[in-house]
Design a protein around this ligand. Sequence first.
Ligand SMILES: NC(=O)c1ccc[n+]([C@@H]2O[C@H](COP(=O)([O-])OP(=O)(O)OC[C@H]3O[C@@H](n4cnc5c(N)ncnc54)[C@H](OP(=O)(O)O)[C@@H]3O)[C@@H](O)[C@H]2O)c1
Length: 209
Amino acid sequence: MRLLLLGATGRTGEHLLDLGLARGHHLTAFVRSPQKIARRERALTVVKGDPLQADQLAGALAGHDAVLSALGPSPRQAFRPSTMLSECAASTVAAMTTAGVERLAVVSAALLFPEKGLRFVLFRWLLEHHVRDLDAMEAVVRASRCDFTIARPPRLVDARDEGYRSARDALPAGADAMSFRAVAAFLLDCVEQRTHVREIVGLARGRDT
Ligand SMILES: NC(=O)c1ccc[n+]([C@@H]2O[C@H](COP(=O)([O-])OP(=O)(O)OC[C@H]3O[C@@H](n4cnc5c(N)ncnc54)[C@H](OP(=O)(O)O)[C@@H]3O)[C@@H](O)[C@H]2O)c1
């Protein structure tokens, strides 16, 4: 498949790149800092652009099968009011409409589930601005005509495991932390297998049986 990646220079994004290439896809990494991507492969095109600009995105999107987005705020941005994710979502769905691309898989966060555990309450409070932008981002995606999948993982860690458990509209039981790589694997599985279309999916470490 021809896949356009947003956030390819990030921690989830680097695994989208790695797994996407390993699975034989043709990838376009649409990034603001191309110099951050050292990989040189025939199946990888790096395009410099601003995901807030729908016209730039639409130009890069022509001929692609899907968009996979792992955009996220920098640590500094995360603690301040921001509309980066919701504005990027708006420009992405507008660009997809222009380019005739229907499939979108995007990373959100488990903090949007109404979990009441202490850790959830604490991080929802600490990251209130980020959570607000994620919520607005999801609203933009849900209101669009895209065939979207919104992934809500818990805390993410560096590890090589690719397995995950998934649940529609809920956090799988016992979800604590999982790997950036497993989130990337989930997004790729969804677009390859056309699963979880127009669904919000909670993720956890492990393996669906
Ligand atoms: N990390 C976690 O523990 C965790 C847990 C649950 C959910 N999530 C969600 O997963 C998503 C991805 O997280 P991550 O940790 O993989 O992200 P990350 O490593 O911080 O990477 C963020 C990506 O977004 C890009 N970006 C940031 N601001 C941008 C802007 N203004 N314009 C264009 N690109 C911009 C960055 O590009 P540059 O390289 O150019 O800065 C980078 O590619 C986040 O939305 C987060 O809510 C994360």
